[in-house]
Design a protein around this ligand. Structure first.
Ligand code: SF4
Length: 404
Protein backbone atom coordinates (compact mmCIF):
# COMPACT_ATOMS: atom_id res chain seq x y z
CA UNK A 1 0.00 0.00 0.00
CA UNK A 2 1.37 3.45 -0.84
CA UNK A 3 2.13 4.70 2.68
CA UNK A 4 4.76 7.47 3.13
CA UNK A 5 8.19 6.05 4.00
CA UNK A 6 9.05 8.99 6.25
CA UNK A 7 6.20 10.15 8.48
CA UNK A 8 6.08 13.82 9.49
CA UNK A 9 7.69 14.81 12.77
CA UNK A 10 5.32 14.60 15.75
CA UNK A 11 6.70 15.39 19.19
CA UNK A 12 3.69 16.56 21.18
CA UNK A 13 3.29 14.05 24.03
CA UNK A 14 -0.48 14.56 24.32
CA UNK A 15 -0.87 13.68 20.64
CA UNK A 16 1.39 10.64 20.94
CA UNK A 17 -0.57 9.37 23.96
CA UNK A 18 -3.87 9.96 22.14
CA UNK A 19 -2.67 8.01 19.08
CA UNK A 20 -0.20 5.49 20.56
CA UNK A 21 -0.27 3.36 17.41
CA UNK A 22 1.48 6.10 15.39
CA UNK A 23 4.95 5.11 14.19
CA UNK A 24 6.20 8.40 15.72
CA UNK A 25 5.02 7.19 19.17
CA UNK A 26 7.40 4.19 19.41
CA UNK A 27 10.51 6.19 20.44
CA UNK A 28 8.50 8.27 22.90
CA UNK A 29 7.04 5.17 24.59
CA UNK A 30 10.56 3.69 24.85
CA UNK A 31 11.84 6.92 26.44
CA UNK A 32 8.94 6.92 28.91
CA UNK A 33 9.66 3.29 29.83
CA UNK A 34 13.29 4.16 30.62
CA UNK A 35 12.37 7.35 32.48
CA UNK A 36 9.83 5.56 34.70
CA UNK A 37 11.61 2.19 35.02
CA UNK A 38 8.80 0.30 33.28
CA UNK A 39 10.07 -3.10 32.20
CA UNK A 40 8.14 -6.19 31.10
CA UNK A 41 7.66 -7.40 34.70
CA UNK A 42 6.24 -4.05 35.74
CA UNK A 43 3.91 -3.95 32.74
CA UNK A 44 2.62 -7.49 33.32
CA UNK A 45 2.41 -7.56 37.11
CA UNK A 46 3.66 -4.33 38.73
CA UNK A 47 1.42 -2.13 40.87
CA UNK A 48 2.52 1.03 39.01
CA UNK A 49 1.07 -0.33 35.74
CA UNK A 50 -2.15 -1.72 37.29
CA UNK A 51 -4.22 1.15 35.87
CA UNK A 52 -2.71 0.67 32.42
CA UNK A 53 -3.68 -3.00 32.52
CA UNK A 54 -7.22 -2.08 33.57
CA UNK A 55 -7.55 0.39 30.72
CA UNK A 56 -6.14 -2.26 28.37
CA UNK A 57 -8.88 -4.68 29.46
CA UNK A 58 -11.47 -2.03 28.61
CA UNK A 59 -9.81 -1.53 25.20
CA UNK A 60 -9.99 -5.28 24.58
CA UNK A 61 -13.56 -5.74 25.86
CA UNK A 62 -14.74 -2.78 23.76
CA UNK A 63 -13.13 -4.31 20.71
CA UNK A 64 -15.42 -7.34 21.04
CA UNK A 65 -18.55 -5.84 22.50
CA UNK A 66 -18.88 -2.32 21.15
CA UNK A 67 -19.66 -1.68 17.54
CA UNK A 68 -18.32 1.88 17.90
CA UNK A 69 -14.87 0.49 18.71
CA UNK A 70 -12.67 1.31 21.67
CA UNK A 71 -14.08 4.02 23.95
CA UNK A 72 -12.78 7.44 22.97
CA UNK A 73 -12.60 8.63 26.57
CA UNK A 74 -9.57 7.34 28.42
CA UNK A 75 -7.49 8.86 31.20
CA UNK A 76 -6.47 12.51 31.45
CA UNK A 77 -3.66 12.68 28.91
CA UNK A 78 -2.85 16.24 29.95
CA UNK A 79 -1.01 14.79 32.95
CA UNK A 80 2.15 12.69 32.69
CA UNK A 81 0.48 9.83 34.59
CA UNK A 82 -2.55 9.89 32.29
CA UNK A 83 -0.31 9.78 29.22
CA UNK A 84 1.58 6.81 30.66
CA UNK A 85 -1.63 4.89 31.32
CA UNK A 86 -3.03 5.58 27.87
CA UNK A 87 0.16 4.71 26.00
CA UNK A 88 1.02 1.59 28.00
CA UNK A 89 -2.57 0.34 27.97
CA UNK A 90 -2.33 0.23 24.19
CA UNK A 91 1.04 -1.46 24.45
CA UNK A 92 -0.28 -4.08 26.92
CA UNK A 93 -3.43 -4.73 24.85
CA UNK A 94 -1.23 -5.31 21.81
CA UNK A 95 0.89 -7.78 23.78
CA UNK A 96 -2.28 -9.69 24.73
CA UNK A 97 -3.33 -9.78 21.07
CA UNK A 98 0.11 -11.01 20.02
CA UNK A 99 -0.05 -13.74 22.67
CA UNK A 100 -3.50 -14.83 21.42
CA UNK A 101 -1.95 -15.76 18.03
CA UNK A 102 -5.47 -15.40 16.68
CA UNK A 103 -5.59 -13.44 13.43
CA UNK A 104 -9.35 -12.88 13.67
CA UNK A 105 -9.09 -11.42 17.15
CA UNK A 106 -6.21 -9.23 16.02
CA UNK A 107 -8.24 -7.98 13.05
CA UNK A 108 -11.17 -7.18 15.30
CA UNK A 109 -9.04 -5.34 17.82
CA UNK A 110 -7.23 -3.37 15.10
CA UNK A 111 -10.62 -2.43 13.67
CA UNK A 112 -11.84 -1.20 17.08
CA UNK A 113 -8.69 0.87 17.72
CA UNK A 114 -8.93 2.36 14.23
CA UNK A 115 -12.63 3.21 14.77
CA UNK A 116 -11.64 5.05 17.97
CA UNK A 117 -8.97 6.96 16.04
CA UNK A 118 -11.52 7.94 13.40
CA UNK A 119 -13.84 9.41 16.05
CA UNK A 120 -10.99 11.39 17.55
CA UNK A 121 -9.67 12.65 14.22
CA UNK A 122 -13.07 13.96 13.15
CA UNK A 123 -12.81 16.45 16.03
CA UNK A 124 -9.04 16.87 16.11
CA UNK A 125 -8.49 19.35 13.28
CA UNK A 126 -5.02 20.34 14.50
CA UNK A 127 -3.59 16.81 14.30
CA UNK A 128 -5.56 15.56 11.30
CA UNK A 129 -3.01 16.84 8.73
CA UNK A 130 0.00 15.16 10.42
CA UNK A 131 -1.86 11.87 10.93
CA UNK A 132 -3.09 12.01 7.31
CA UNK A 133 0.45 12.56 6.03
CA UNK A 134 1.61 9.60 8.12
CA UNK A 135 -0.70 7.16 6.39
CA UNK A 136 -1.56 8.61 2.99
CA UNK A 137 1.14 9.34 0.45
CA UNK A 138 -0.74 12.04 -1.48
CA UNK A 139 -3.05 14.20 0.58
CA UNK A 140 -3.64 17.92 0.80
CA UNK A 141 -6.14 20.46 1.95
CA UNK A 142 -7.39 23.22 -0.26
CA UNK A 143 -9.65 26.13 0.40
CA UNK A 144 -12.54 26.38 -2.00
CA UNK A 145 -13.10 30.01 -2.85
CA UNK A 146 -16.62 31.34 -2.49
CA UNK A 147 -18.66 31.00 -5.64
CA UNK A 148 -21.88 32.57 -6.74
CA UNK A 149 -24.95 30.52 -7.39
CA UNK A 150 -28.11 31.79 -8.98
CA UNK A 151 -31.42 30.65 -7.57
CA UNK A 152 -35.00 31.47 -8.36
CA UNK A 153 -37.58 32.09 -5.70
CA UNK A 154 -41.05 33.52 -5.65
CA UNK A 155 -39.41 36.93 -5.31
CA UNK A 156 -37.29 36.64 -8.42
CA UNK A 157 -33.66 35.76 -9.14
CA UNK A 158 -31.18 35.90 -6.23
CA UNK A 159 -27.45 35.61 -5.98
CA UNK A 160 -26.47 33.12 -3.25
CA UNK A 161 -22.96 33.35 -1.88
CA UNK A 162 -21.36 30.10 -0.68
CA UNK A 163 -19.04 30.31 2.31
CA UNK A 164 -15.39 29.30 1.74
CA UNK A 165 -14.77 25.72 2.86
CA UNK A 166 -11.69 23.62 3.49
CA UNK A 167 -11.76 20.48 1.45
CA UNK A 168 -9.37 17.58 1.40
CA UNK A 169 -8.21 15.67 -1.60
CA UNK A 170 -6.22 12.46 -1.78
CA UNK A 171 -4.17 10.78 -4.50
CA UNK A 172 -6.06 8.47 -6.84
CA UNK A 173 -3.73 5.52 -6.03
CA UNK A 174 -4.44 5.86 -2.30
CA UNK A 175 -8.17 6.16 -2.90
CA UNK A 176 -8.30 3.15 -5.22
CA UNK A 177 -6.46 1.05 -2.67
CA UNK A 178 -8.65 2.04 0.27
CA UNK A 179 -12.17 2.52 -1.13
CA UNK A 180 -13.05 -1.17 -1.84
CA UNK A 181 -12.91 -1.71 1.92
CA UNK A 182 -15.60 0.92 2.54
CA UNK A 183 -19.28 0.32 1.92
CA UNK A 184 -21.52 2.95 0.30
CA UNK A 185 -22.08 4.49 -3.11
CA UNK A 186 -20.09 7.64 -2.33
CA UNK A 187 -16.89 5.57 -2.15
CA UNK A 188 -17.31 4.01 -5.58
CA UNK A 189 -14.98 5.40 -8.22
CA UNK A 190 -17.65 6.44 -10.77
CA UNK A 191 -19.28 8.60 -8.08
CA UNK A 192 -16.24 10.66 -7.04
CA UNK A 193 -14.77 13.85 -8.45
CA UNK A 194 -11.37 13.04 -9.98
CA UNK A 195 -9.03 15.69 -11.36
CA UNK A 196 -5.43 15.23 -12.48
CA UNK A 197 -4.76 12.22 -10.28
CA UNK A 198 -6.55 13.64 -7.24
CA UNK A 199 -9.86 12.57 -5.69
CA UNK A 200 -11.72 15.44 -4.10
CA UNK A 201 -13.44 14.63 -0.82
CA UNK A 202 -16.31 17.08 -1.10
CA UNK A 203 -17.99 18.09 2.12
CA UNK A 204 -21.66 17.11 2.41
CA UNK A 205 -24.30 18.47 4.73
CA UNK A 206 -23.89 15.57 7.17
CA UNK A 207 -20.50 14.33 6.11
CA UNK A 208 -17.69 16.89 6.23
CA UNK A 209 -14.62 16.57 4.04
CA UNK A 210 -12.45 16.05 7.15
CA UNK A 211 -14.76 13.25 8.34
CA UNK A 212 -14.35 11.54 4.96
CA UNK A 213 -10.59 11.82 5.31
CA UNK A 214 -10.84 10.34 8.82
CA UNK A 215 -12.86 7.45 7.35
CA UNK A 216 -10.13 6.72 4.81
CA UNK A 217 -7.51 6.97 7.55
CA UNK A 218 -9.39 4.42 9.63
CA UNK A 219 -8.68 1.76 7.00
CA UNK A 220 -4.98 2.59 6.81
CA UNK A 221 -4.63 2.76 10.61
CA UNK A 222 -6.37 -0.58 10.97
CA UNK A 223 -4.05 -2.17 8.38
CA UNK A 224 -0.97 -0.71 10.11
CA UNK A 225 -2.00 -1.87 13.62
CA UNK A 226 -2.88 -5.30 12.28
CA UNK A 227 0.38 -5.70 10.33
CA UNK A 228 2.53 -4.58 13.27
CA UNK A 229 0.72 -6.91 15.70
CA UNK A 230 1.08 -9.89 13.36
CA UNK A 231 4.77 -9.09 12.96
CA UNK A 232 5.32 -8.91 16.73
CA UNK A 233 3.45 -12.19 17.25
CA UNK A 234 6.65 -14.01 16.31
CA UNK A 235 8.44 -12.46 19.30
CA UNK A 236 6.06 -13.95 21.90
CA UNK A 237 7.93 -16.52 23.98
CA UNK A 238 6.26 -19.44 25.75
CA UNK A 239 6.89 -17.76 29.08
CA UNK A 240 5.17 -14.57 27.92
CA UNK A 241 2.23 -16.53 26.48
CA UNK A 242 1.76 -18.29 29.85
CA UNK A 243 1.86 -15.01 31.76
CA UNK A 244 -0.74 -13.50 29.43
CA UNK A 245 -3.00 -16.58 29.39
CA UNK A 246 -5.65 -15.00 31.63
CA UNK A 247 -6.39 -11.84 29.56
CA UNK A 248 -6.10 -13.86 26.34
CA UNK A 249 -8.68 -16.35 27.70
CA UNK A 250 -10.96 -13.50 28.71
CA UNK A 251 -11.01 -12.04 25.16
CA UNK A 252 -11.34 -15.46 23.52
CA UNK A 253 -14.39 -16.29 25.68
CA UNK A 254 -16.03 -12.98 24.91
CA UNK A 255 -15.51 -13.56 21.21
CA UNK A 256 -16.82 -17.13 21.32
CA UNK A 257 -19.98 -15.95 23.11
CA UNK A 258 -20.48 -13.20 20.55
CA UNK A 259 -20.23 -15.58 17.59
CA UNK A 260 -22.54 -18.21 19.07
CA UNK A 261 -25.06 -15.50 19.98
CA UNK A 262 -25.29 -14.47 16.32
CA UNK A 263 -25.57 -18.01 15.08
CA UNK A 264 -28.16 -19.03 17.69
CA UNK A 265 -30.35 -16.15 16.52
CA UNK A 266 -31.87 -18.20 13.76
CA UNK A 267 -32.34 -21.36 15.78
CA UNK A 268 -30.91 -23.42 12.95
CA UNK A 269 -28.02 -25.78 13.16
CA UNK A 270 -24.81 -24.14 12.16
CA UNK A 271 -23.62 -27.41 10.64
CA UNK A 272 -26.25 -27.20 7.87
CA UNK A 273 -24.95 -23.94 6.47
CA UNK A 274 -22.34 -23.85 3.74
CA UNK A 275 -18.88 -22.59 4.74
CA UNK A 276 -19.34 -19.43 2.64
CA UNK A 277 -22.41 -18.40 4.64
CA UNK A 278 -20.77 -19.25 7.96
CA UNK A 279 -17.65 -17.32 7.07
CA UNK A 280 -19.59 -14.19 6.12
CA UNK A 281 -21.59 -14.32 9.37
CA UNK A 282 -18.43 -14.87 11.42
CA UNK A 283 -16.62 -12.01 9.65
CA UNK A 284 -19.52 -9.61 10.20
CA UNK A 285 -19.83 -10.66 13.83
CA UNK A 286 -16.14 -10.01 14.33
CA UNK A 287 -16.30 -6.56 12.74
CA UNK A 288 -14.51 -7.56 9.56
CA UNK A 289 -15.83 -5.73 6.55
CA UNK A 290 -17.59 -7.98 4.02
CA UNK A 291 -17.90 -6.87 0.41
CA UNK A 292 -21.21 -5.93 -1.15
CA UNK A 293 -21.50 -9.24 -3.01
CA UNK A 294 -21.06 -11.22 0.20
CA UNK A 295 -23.65 -9.10 2.01
CA UNK A 296 -26.21 -9.54 -0.76
CA UNK A 297 -25.53 -13.29 -0.78
CA UNK A 298 -26.11 -13.55 2.98
CA UNK A 299 -29.37 -11.60 2.81
CA UNK A 300 -30.66 -13.63 -0.16
CA UNK A 301 -29.70 -16.92 1.50
CA UNK A 302 -31.50 -15.84 4.67
CA UNK A 303 -34.59 -14.95 2.63
CA UNK A 304 -34.50 -18.26 0.75
CA UNK A 305 -34.16 -20.21 4.00
CA UNK A 306 -37.11 -18.18 5.37
CA UNK A 307 -35.12 -16.91 8.32
CA UNK A 308 -36.85 -14.02 10.11
CA UNK A 309 -35.81 -10.63 8.73
CA UNK A 310 -34.73 -9.49 12.22
CA UNK A 311 -32.36 -12.44 12.40
CA UNK A 312 -30.86 -11.46 9.07
CA UNK A 313 -30.43 -7.85 10.24
CA UNK A 314 -28.81 -9.29 13.38
CA UNK A 315 -26.09 -10.93 11.27
CA UNK A 316 -24.95 -7.46 10.21
CA UNK A 317 -24.95 -5.94 13.68
CA UNK A 318 -21.19 -6.34 14.16
CA UNK A 319 -20.32 -4.83 10.74
CA UNK A 320 -18.01 -1.81 10.99
CA UNK A 321 -20.55 0.42 9.22
CA UNK A 322 -23.77 -1.07 10.71
CA UNK A 323 -26.82 1.17 10.72
CA UNK A 324 -30.06 -0.38 11.97
CA UNK A 325 -32.28 1.63 9.65
CA UNK A 326 -30.20 1.24 6.48
CA UNK A 327 -29.62 -2.49 7.01
CA UNK A 328 -33.30 -3.12 7.82
CA UNK A 329 -34.32 -1.28 4.64
CA UNK A 330 -31.84 -3.19 2.48
CA UNK A 331 -32.72 -6.56 3.99
CA UNK A 332 -36.42 -5.85 3.49
CA UNK A 333 -35.71 -5.02 -0.16
CA UNK A 334 -33.91 -8.34 -0.69
CA UNK A 335 -36.70 -10.29 1.03
CA UNK A 336 -39.40 -8.55 -1.02
CA UNK A 337 -37.67 -9.10 -4.36
CA UNK A 338 -36.77 -12.72 -3.61
CA UNK A 339 -33.27 -12.51 -5.05
CA UNK A 340 -31.77 -15.88 -5.94
CA UNK A 341 -28.60 -16.46 -3.92
CA UNK A 342 -25.44 -16.46 -6.03
CA UNK A 343 -23.84 -19.74 -7.06
CA UNK A 344 -20.40 -21.05 -6.11
CA UNK A 345 -18.75 -19.72 -9.29
CA UNK A 346 -19.72 -16.12 -8.58
CA UNK A 347 -18.90 -16.45 -4.88
CA UNK A 348 -15.43 -17.70 -5.76
CA UNK A 349 -14.81 -14.86 -8.23
CA UNK A 350 -15.90 -12.33 -5.61
CA UNK A 351 -13.67 -13.79 -2.88
CA UNK A 352 -16.58 -15.08 -0.79
CA UNK A 353 -15.81 -18.80 -1.00
CA UNK A 354 -13.43 -19.68 1.84
CA UNK A 355 -12.72 -23.30 0.92
CA UNK A 356 -9.85 -24.73 -1.07
CA UNK A 357 -9.77 -28.21 -2.63
CA UNK A 358 -9.53 -30.74 0.20
CA UNK A 359 -10.97 -28.41 2.87
CA UNK A 360 -14.55 -29.61 2.75
CA UNK A 361 -15.80 -32.96 1.42
CA UNK A 362 -19.19 -31.64 0.30
CA UNK A 363 -17.78 -28.58 -1.46
CA UNK A 364 -15.30 -30.87 -3.25
CA UNK A 365 -18.09 -32.85 -4.93
CA UNK A 366 -18.15 -32.41 -8.72
CA UNK A 367 -21.84 -31.48 -8.63
CA UNK A 368 -21.37 -28.71 -6.08
CA UNK A 369 -22.16 -25.46 -7.84
CA UNK A 370 -24.58 -23.77 -5.45
CA UNK A 371 -24.64 -23.23 -1.66
CA UNK A 372 -28.29 -24.33 -1.55
CA UNK A 373 -27.16 -27.71 -2.86
CA UNK A 374 -24.77 -27.84 0.06
CA UNK A 375 -27.66 -27.40 2.49
CA UNK A 376 -29.83 -29.98 0.73
CA UNK A 377 -26.99 -32.49 0.66
CA UNK A 378 -26.22 -31.92 4.33
CA UNK A 379 -29.85 -32.32 5.32
CA UNK A 380 -30.25 -35.44 3.19
CA UNK A 381 -27.10 -36.91 4.67
CA UNK A 382 -28.43 -36.23 8.16
CA UNK A 383 -31.73 -37.90 7.34
CA UNK A 384 -29.90 -40.97 6.09
CA UNK A 385 -27.72 -41.15 9.18
CA UNK A 386 -30.78 -40.89 11.40
CA UNK A 387 -32.29 -44.07 9.78
CA UNK A 388 -30.76 -47.10 11.51
CA UNK A 389 -30.82 -49.21 8.34
CA UNK A 390 -28.92 -46.55 6.47
CA UNK A 391 -26.17 -46.15 9.02
CA UNK A 392 -23.62 -48.02 7.05
CA UNK A 393 -24.13 -46.22 3.75
CA UNK A 394 -24.18 -42.87 5.54
CA UNK A 395 -20.58 -43.25 6.63
CA UNK A 396 -19.48 -42.89 3.04
CA UNK A 397 -19.34 -39.66 1.01
CA UNK A 398 -22.43 -37.46 0.81
CA UNK A 399 -25.03 -38.40 -1.80
CA UNK A 400 -23.69 -38.15 -5.31
CA UNK A 401 -26.62 -35.98 -6.40
CA UNK A 402 -28.38 -33.31 -4.43
CA UNK A 403 -32.07 -33.52 -3.80
CA UNK A 404 -34.11 -31.61 -6.35
S1 SF4 B 1 -17.88 -24.30 -2.72
FE1 SF4 B 1 -19.82 -23.27 -2.88
S2 SF4 B 1 -20.99 -23.94 -1.13
FE2 SF4 B 1 -18.86 -24.47 -0.73
S3 SF4 B 1 -18.09 -22.70 0.42
FE3 SF4 B 1 -17.60 -22.33 -1.70
S4 SF4 B 1 -19.30 -21.13 -2.47
FE4 SF4 B 1 -19.98 -22.04 -0.54
Amino acid sequence: MPVPRTPPLLADEVTLARYPFLPQASDWIRTMAVRHNIDLNELLEGTWMEQARQRARIRLIDSVQSKEGVQVVGGDIHTEEGRLIEAFSFYYARLVMCASEDERLIARWAQAEAARAEQLLIQDTSNLPAVAMTYISKVEQSTTSPSSLTAQSGMGMHQLRQRPSDEWRVGLADFIEICPKITGHRWRLPNVDIEKGWVKLHGERQYASSAKLARLLRERIKAAIQAETLEKMAEVTTDLAVRLAEPVGMVRNLMANKTSEAIALVGAEEGDWPPCMQKIIADLTEGVNVNHFGRLFLASMSATLALPQESCVGFFRGAPDFSESTTSYQVQHVYQHEYTPAGCGKLKVNHNCPVLPGDNRTCDQPWMDHPLKYIRATQRWKRLTERPSATESATTDPPSKPEP
